[in-house]
Write a protein that binds this ligand. Structure first.
Ligand code: ZN
Length: 85
């Protein structure tokens, strides 16, 4: 995975945070562990949010009613079409 500008900014931000933690007298090893935890936490959070956005718009929306398409079906229009499915 290529390092993007956003990732670079995140790393710079974490580094400043790391320096700040050491500045308040925290032992460097704890500062590094906390910084790494936050870094990976943000990466996982961003990754999940991106996946959620991809999932929510991935199949598109119904042209008739604007509902989210699930399993290539509109939950509203296809329910009407097939009765009580
Ligand atoms: Zn629809």
């Amino acid at each position: 995975m290529a390092l993007k500008r956003k990732d670079f900014l995140l790393i710079v931000g974490i580094l400043f945070f790391l320096i700040g933690l050491m500045g308040v007298g925290l032992p460097p090893i704890y500062a590094i562990i906390i910084s790494l935890a936050i870094y990976f936490g943000i990466r996982i959070f961003v990754g999940r949010r991106k996946k959620m956005i991809e999932e929510s718009v991935g199949e598109g929306i119904c042209v008739k009613c604007g509902s989210k398409i699930e399993n290539q079906k509109c939950p509203i229009c296809d329910r009407k079409k097939f009765g009580n499915v």
